[in-house]
Design a protein around this ligand. Sequence first.
Ligand SMILES: [Zn+2]
Length: 231
Amino acid sequence: MANHLVSGLLVPDAVSGHLALELANTRAGWGSASPREYLVSYDALVVWAGDVGHLTAAETTALRRLAARSPRPADRVLRNALALRETVYRLLAAPAAAADPAAPAARPGPAGADLASLHGVAARAYRSSRLVVLSDGRVLPDGGDEVTSGLALPLHRSALAAAQLLAAGDGGHVFACAGRGCGWLFLDRAHRRRWCIMAICGNRAKAREFAARTRTRAGSLDRPGPPPHDS
Ligand SMILES: [Zn+2]
């Protein structure tokens, strides 16, 4: 978990290795009692989407202006984005496989209700889209623009990214950070990565393991030894 400031708003660092997973990482502490929320407003959603690459600078500016004029619709889009994030997380995170290279084969397949939910958003996104040719030659829907998708543009682009990750068969290469109280997702085709950020979650875990070993050693030294034998 790490973050930085953009336009005065705190946004999470993009460390997942796939644009589709960055939405899931706008919340930190999945499964914990006190998660950290980055999408605290529609403005935060747009600023995050611009920072991570879902929106151009011009789109970001246009949507921030549009939201300032239409706060209620913007709030609705934010709620839909938070719901999509839950869906994406359930579809792509596999708690049983949390960064454990031995576990991916045991992970369950995506749930039908979540796939239907993702499809609903992706279908709206597709209807607002044009097909565009990317620099690597792939042809994909663009999620629309600030006119055809309006305030929902970051939602549309996030849904399409998640659908494309699943379509590429990469769902089995997504893992949750093993750091306590983290839960950030990342793509790891080599199945070797354990942490979202080694310098943060990895080092914290190592410090905890070191402290636990030290306590165990100190405890065994404090305990009285067995009574001496008579012989
Ligand atoms: Zn982490």
